[in-house]
Design a protein around this ligand. Sequence first.
Ligand code: ISE
Length: 338
Amino acid sequence: MTLRIGIIGCGAIGQDHARRLHFKLQGATVVALNDIHREATEAFSEASGIRARVYEHYQDLIQAPDVDALLIASWGPAHEEQVLACIDAGKPVFCEKPLATSAAGGLRIVEAEVKAGRKLVQVGFMRRYDAGYRQLKQTLQAGTIGDALMVHCAHRNPSVPEMYVGDMNITDTHVHEIDVLRWLLDDDYVSCQVIEGRKSRHAHAGLHDPIMVLLETRQGIRIDTEIFVACRFGYDIQCHVVGETGVASLPEPMSVPLRSQGRQGGAILMDWKMRFIDSYDVELQAWIDDTRKGLVTGPTAWDGYFASATAEACVEARRSKSIAPVRIAERPDFYARA
Ligand code: ISE
């Protein structure tokens, strides 16, 4: 059975996913689209060759009898309501991060899913599907560097749009480290702190950039992450795990090492969509395969809630300029770790 998918939110990433699902991956077809910009979506539907039906209201798209599963790539504040509507309709849904923009919103989704009695939600934390992070996790699991003690990370973007302001460096950007490090270390967070660095002259008015976020895990592992979204030089993701007997690092993306014009080096990616492009394919193929079997094996609603609650604690820590506890509700058995 080919999985018939409806997509809510057809901006840049929604369009990329639509093409990926429809033309590149196996076992799925895109049959329905919805976006607040209806005309642009109709134009995309035609120009891309997908030729899916465009719905004015996402509620109608979710209810459509020929839509088996949903992918949500609308803007973050709309996610909670849309995911809840999918659960209500009993349809599997892949939701881009963040699952919800507040801890309370994430918890409402968790509660709705538990009530529905089966897992329907997967969250788009694609770094878990990245070959480099997977190799790093295998290295840690093999015990090659002993137990992890500290982790040093950097999440650098060359620039961000004007609409990226306030705490988005936590809720939109650092949320990736929040999820992937929890998965990598198989641990949960207990406290956090945010330190603002000297402000770069390239940061726009509504944003303090760079910042440093410190997390402490239940096992006492300390994590520092530099988030620098106007770094100008490239899209640069670093992760170095310090263990008892060694350091294991996230592999750099492949690029041709150059010796040329009196210099030695290689290119650095500029576009974040390219850095994890392969992991999007692996992630969505796994989601299609799982959904056809009625399973969710990727990041769950619980993981999405955990990320939103941790991000919220970081925002609180930033406001209070102090170390804030990461307060998490009791995990329902439904989401017990394997
Ligand atoms: C964007 O939404 C992402 O998901 C990227 O991975 C991140 O690097 C960027 O800062 C976000 O705005």
